[in-house]
Design a binder for this molecule. Structure first.
Ligand code: MLZ
Length: 266
């Protein structure tokens, strides 16, 4: 479900173009997601990438898995594409001569790890090898993005969200991902071959839930020398605004007490 957001209309309104598919390290048809909640697999610990840990699928969205490391808390879930090279079937680590590690922030005493590992795997539903994808798609040979191109991108502060975004700048192999309607608070630089960026239409294909653009203006308006807004920055901003929100924006929260006016009910 994508609310009432339509890329077709939005691209016309913003007179922008979508970054072509060959810019991305993503497959042209999104990888099939045959995982089920509760399945276990091996995953790199995102906070300690030299560690291979046991993870449980705690949610699914489009071609992505919401993962939680066994022995970790529920505050550090992370998302991976089903064709990510950072996930593999249980047994792969040992086969390659490695040892499964406790996650960073293991809840128990380190000495209880071997027993914890036995127990967490005992009777577990292990994701079968056939539902993993052989390899990641090949990366583009170079950074083909151009400033102004539109895309869909993971909001890294809220990684369950994929949102409409615009290439804000280029810096060698890096791309500045700016989130439409959010004034920069969520923007980030990533490599052009990041797995967190997708071509326009990706969510529609995977069934992932594309967030609508935010409702804040794109950029802070420049102030003139007088500290007053120049006319040019006030005029003609309509077409730069994303479509109206489907729900009213949240109320500004006021500090309780000491302020004039009636107490708020929010
Ligand atoms: N709860 C957050 C969500 C912001 C999502 C922005 N995505 C680019 C907020 O409303 O601030």
């Amino acid at each position: 479900y994508q609310g009432h957001f339509s890329w077709d209309k939005y691209l016309k309104e913003t007179s922008a173009i979508a970054a072509p598919a060959h810019c991305f390290k993503q497959s042209t048809t999104p990888p099939v997601n045959e995982f089920k909640a509760g399945m276990k697999l091996e995953a790199q610990d995102p906070r300690n990438t030299t560690s291979t840990c046991i993870a449980t699928v705690v949610g699914l969205t489009g071609s992505r898995l919401r993962l939680r490391l066994d022995g970790s808390d529920n505050k550090n879930d992370f998302w991976r594409l089903v064709d990510s090279s950072e996930i593999q079937p249980i047994g792969s680590c040992e086969k390659n001569g490695g040892m499964l590690q406790p996650p960073l922030g293991f809840r128990l005493n380190a000495s209880s790890w071997p027993m914890f590992l036995l127990k967490t795997l005992n009777g577990a539903e292990m994701a079968p090898a056939r539902i993993f994808h052989k390899q990641e798609p090949p990366p583009p040979e170079q950074n083909h993005f151009q400033v102004g191109m539109k895309l869909e991108a993971v909001d890294r502060k809220n990684p369950h969200f994929i949102c409409p975004a615009t290439v804000g700048a280029l810096r060698g192999v890096e791309v500045l991902v700016t989130f439409d309607g959010w004034r920069g608070a969520f923007d980030y630089y990533c490599r052009y071959d990041s797995r967190d960026i997708f071509p326009v239409g990706w969510c529609a294909l995977t069934g992932d839930n594309l967030q609508p653009p935010g409702t804040k203006a794109g950029l802070p308006r420049p102030l003139g020398a007088s500290g007053v807004l120049p006319d040019s920055s006030v005029e003609g901003t309509d077409m730069l605004m994303p479509p109206a929100p489907s729900r009213p924006p949240a109320q500004k929260r006021r500090k309780p007490g000491r302020k004039k006016g009636r107490p708020s009910i929010s």
